[in-house]
Ligand binder design. Structure first.
Ligand code: LIP
Length: 275
């Protein structure tokens, strides 16, 4: 990595912007929102999603003019998703937009910084419940400054698993989703769906859940969670157990390699179109 790359400076700049964005989200959580639909009637966008993404990208690009950006809302407006080796910020301004629309208090900002396609910084911040998950590569994972670690659970029969139903309702995806829900509930302690991929992954890092899987997510949903889970001692991969591919729109995060393997062997696979 370029010796000029200063991860601490990047972190200090972005954490201040995330706090500012968190204040915007928290102040509006119980207000009426201006809502528009993206790919379908359950894939929503609010003016806050757009405002937060613009705040983050405009200020980060001023500080770091050579850096690149992948933002959920820029992408939904047609910007091509292009992950190169250059320092790249991957941003979901409001992960859990459906929750935000309903004032269901599980929405977060998810921001990651990748260099050579390798996460260096991960931040997942739910400003409504004041849960700030952070990680810098090689320095551990934290919740509100307190070190966190995965549960280490290896037994599928004792695992609490997080997943989601997604924002598509096409038949093939729904069939796989319901098939996997049934197989998971028959095998594990239970299932939880917070409505945010990033927060579902953060629960694994916290040791509050033992495994997360989802098909249909995007890089901005999982890039921060990938680093935070691994810095908390967990593992991340493709749901087959192969290496995680941020563009494949599939994720598995677990408290141990043993549990990851058991869940990967359990799942019916689904392959959304790549980003
Ligand atoms: C959401 C993800 C969630 C997924 C939803 C939606 P958004 O992100 O966090 O895991 O199931 O379909 O994509 O749209 O709220 O930023």
């Amino acid at each position: 990595m370029d010796s000029e790359f200063d991860v601490k400076r990047c972190y200090d700049v972005v954490i201040k912007l995330v706090d500012e964005a968190g204040n915007i989200i928290a102040s509006r959580n119980d207000q009426q929102k201006t809502i528009s639909e993206k790919s379908c009637d359950v894939d929503l966008l609010t003016e806050t999603d757009q405002e937060v993404e613009t705040l983050l990208i405009s200020n980060l690009s001023k500080e770091f003019p050579t850096h690149r950006f992948i933002g959920e809302e820029e992408t939904s407006e047609g910007k091509k998703v292009e992950l190169t080796d250059l320092p790249t910020w991957i941003i979901d301004p409001v992960d859990g937009t459906m929750n935000f629309v309903h004032t269901f208090p599980h929405s977060c900002i998810s921001v990651a910084l990748l260099v050579n396609k390798d996460p260096q910084i991960g931040i997942i911040y739910n400003p409504i419940l004041n849960q700030k998950f952070t990680a810098i590569k090689g320095e551990g994972a934290f919740l509100n400054g307190r070190r966190i670690k995965v549960s280490g659970q290896t037994d599928l029969g004792k695992a609490l698993i997080t997943t989601e139903f997604g924002t598509t309702r096409d038949t093939e995806k729904l069939d796989v989703t319901m098939d996997n829900l049934r197989k998971t509930i028959e095998s594990a302690h239970g299932i939880r769906a917070l409505g945010s991929a990033a927060l579902n992954m953060a629960m694994v890092a916290l040791g509050a859940a033992d495994c997360n899987y989802e098909f249909g997510i995007h890089a901005w949903d999982i890039a921060a969670g990938d680093l935070i889970v691994r810095e908390a001692g967990g593992v991340t991969s493709d749901p087959t157990g192969q290496p995680l591919d941020f563009m494949a729109r599939r994720v598995l995060a677990a408290s141990s390699p043993e549990l990851a393997n058991k869940v990967a062997n359990l799942l019916t696979q689904y392959y959304p179109p790549r980003d």
